[in-house]
Design a protein around this ligand. Structure first.
Ligand code: FAD
Length: 237
């Protein structure tokens, strides 16, 4: 993260080491993880100077939490089919539609939203920065089996986005979204891969000294190999 925007000018490799050490020491996840690991780096790549100055310092300090609005009830892996619409008007853009599985939307001040601005498939998508604290935005938490509720449905009903709050080009949302997802694969995956490894080590400590069913032993060995593949893939991404 560049020093000019409040970072320490460290390399991606150093960030990977930091994430791994945090996970190994079982430290709590940093707040604003979507902002820090995914959206901040996307604004650094695609944002205007004005957007970087406005959004990055409070994102880094945790004063403004971010969420990522890509997935919709009818649009998951096939992201180019999404239907939430951004329509140009005299104030900038009006947003209408629904997102789902939006992590931390109930805590977020800003949403990096992928919306449809024309019918041209993935070339008809535009990324906009939506203020979540406005009457046109409503969030509903989705309860999980664990008792937590960190995912949300988010409803946009004529929500307003300023003309300056398009991230990247109009119609260039696909490239912006791919940048975000690449950062998710790299930054977030390292911490999650180490979490799985730590859980596996704890399991091995529990069963040490006990007689082990050979089939179960094979499955544990397979799991250990898959964990290492996940971690190495994340580091190389
Ligand atoms: C922990 C977690 C946090 C999330 N947070 C967010 C968030 O903050 N913001 C956000 O926007 N989204 C979020 N999501 C949603 C996530 O991005 C979607 O789950 C993802 O895009 C997949 O969409 P889907 O769940 O509708 O699955 P589907 O697209 O319905 O896929 C279901 C299964 O079908 C397979 N499949 C799909 N299409 C094909 C095909 N053409 N050929 C073969 N197989 C196929 C998939 O591989 C998958 O196994 C989150 C998801 C999780 C699990």
């Amino acid at each position: 993260w560049p020093a000019a925007y409040g970072g320490r000018d460290l390399t991606p490799r150093e960030l990977a080491i930091f994430s791994e050490e945090l996970a190994l020491s079982r430290a709590p996840r940093p707040a604003n993880v979507i902002g820090l690991e995914m959206i901040g780096p996307t604004i650094l790549s695609h944002g205007t100077e004005g957007q970087k100055k406005r959004y990055l310092p409070p994102l880094l300090s945790g004063e403004e939490i971010w969420c990522q609005g890509f997935t919709e009830p009818g649009s998951g892996s096939d992201m180019a089919s999404l239907r939430t619409r951004a329509t140009a008007d005299e104030v900038g853009w009006r947003i209408n539609g629904q997102k789902v599985w939006t992590s931390f939307a109930h805590e977020a001040r800003w949403c990096m939203l992928l919306a449809r601005t024309s019918e041209a498939g993935h070339r008809g998508l535009t990324c906009v920065l939506v203020d979540m604290h406005q009457p046109g935005v409503r969030t509903r938490q989705i309860p999980q089996i664990t008792g937590d509720a960190e995912f949300n449905e988010v409803f946009f009903d004529d929500a307003v986005v300023g003309a300056d709050d398009v991230l990247g080009e109009v119609g260039g949302g696909w490239q912006v979204a791919i940048t975000t997802l690449m950062h998710e694969r790299a930054n977030l995956a390292i911490a999650l891969a180490v979490d799985v490894q730590v859980a596996l080590l704890e399991l091995l400590a529990l069963i040490r000294g006990r007689e082990l069913d050979p089939i179960l032993g094979d499955r544990l060995a397979q799991l250990a190999a898959e964990c290492e593949v996940l971690r190495t893939t994340a580091i190389l991404t």
